[in-house]
Design a protein around this ligand. Structure first.
Ligand SMILES: [Ca+2]
Ligand SMILES: [Ca+2]
Length: 351
């Protein structure tokens, strides 16, 4: 063998005195904007978003300009915190996202907020009051052990959860009935919601059989230059097994184009043999087997010291239906189980 690189198929907040209990004059008839969600854990330990937020919802069929309205933050005990005066329009059937204070952790930014303030709700319990430009309370949400609520408080939150309306269009003026606690779902006026930050990325399953690539000859994979012209491509080729290296660290076998073993090679000729790297697969063929193999073409410089652990980017080999040319294995037909190899083939001519 050449000492040069071998072509391989790698199968491869200050508080002020408490305000008097705010009368809840929320629009239970769905005729006005409501508070649809509040998240107070922003930037806290184990938070899922960097900032607190308040999300409003417009259940009506016309946009509502909330410029001049206010969100009044209150502690669970009813002490008045930051008051934020709003700017913006809540689309018909849509949301308005108002970003609050950020914490020291930065797990993820909110979707682009429509407005921003400095309110900083507790991560577990508080009250939020929505007041219109005339000073009338439009909606009120209290959760945890909050004293200022509509009928009864919604459940307490954690730094990883928000209190959100079960159905943004339903307001019965009972926070305990209208809200639940769940992973935050901030949505802005454009309907943009974040990609679930908790969603893990599924690893590629290396055992999923690859689809056959373009069928090419071994000589086409080899090319006549110093590197395969098909590097990185998934290709399918066929040939006869002429050498198997199950031990010794090579982890693969040589595949040769049938009928080429006796031809003299001259400079510039592409090789008709190729090494198929199996990594840590155990399904080695036998010398003389006729195989159709699908894998990724590439260069393998050190066959003897290649780690047997397969790189995730490599595509494992997918021995296909055994097939042989009529001259080397006439008795084998496609009726053989697809995963079988032509184990009954006589040894094929070697180089
Ligand atoms: Ca907070
Ligand atoms: Ca209400």
């Amino acid at each position: 063998m050449s000492p040069h690189p071998h072509r391989v198929l790698v199968v491869a907040t200050t508080l002020t005195l408490a305000a008097a209990a705010t009368p809840a004059l929320a629009a239970v008839d769905g005729s006005n904007v409501v508070i649809s969600e509040v998240y107070g854990g922003g930037g806290n330990s184990r938070s899922v978003f960097t900032s607190d937020f308040v999300e409003l919802y417009n259940p009506t069929s016309a946009p509502v300009d909330v410029t001049g309205w206010q969100i009044r933050q209150q502690s669970a005990a009813g002490n008045t915190g930051t008051t934020h005066t709003l700017t913006g329009v809540v689309p018909a059937g849509g949301h308005l996202l108002i970003q609050g204070a950020a914490g020291t952790n930065s797990p993820a930014p909110l979707p682009t907020p429509d407005d921003a303030g400095t309110f900083n709700f507790s991560g577990t319990q508080a009250s939020a009051v929505l007041v219109d430009a005339a000073g009338v309370t439009v909606d009120l949400l209290g959760w945890g052990s909050a004293v200022n609520v509509e009928t009864a408080p919604a459940p307490a939150t954690t730094n990883a959860t928000s209190v959100q309306r079960l159905d943004p269009a339903v307001d019965t003026d009972d926070n305990s009935a209208d809200f639940h606690v769940a992973a935050p779902t901030p949505t802005n006026s454009g309907g943009q919601a974040p990609v679930d930050p908790e969603e893990p990325v599924d690893p590629v399953d290396p055992e999923v059989p690859v689809e056959p690539g373009a069928t090419v000859s071994i000589a086409e994979i080899q090319g006549t230059g110093t590197a395969t012209p098909l590097a990185g491509q998934t290709v399918t080729t066929e040939g006869v097994v002429t050498g198997v290296y199950e031990e010794g660290g090579r982890n693969g076998f040589y595949l040769q184009t049938p009928g080429t073993g006796g031809q003299a090679q001259t400079a510039g000729d592409a090789s008709h043999g190729i090494f198929v790297y199996l990594g840590n697969r155990s399904d080695y063929p036998r010398i003389g087997d006729s195989l159709i193999v699908t894998g990724q073409a590439g260069e393998h410089y050190d066959m003897t010291h290649r780690s047997p652990r397969r790189s995730p980017s490599r595509t494992p080999p997918s021995p296909r239906s055994p097939r042989s040319s009529s001259s080397t294995c006439p008795r084998v037909t496609r009726s053989v189980r697809p995963t079988n190899r032509c184990s009954s083939c006589p040894p094929a001519p070697t180089r």
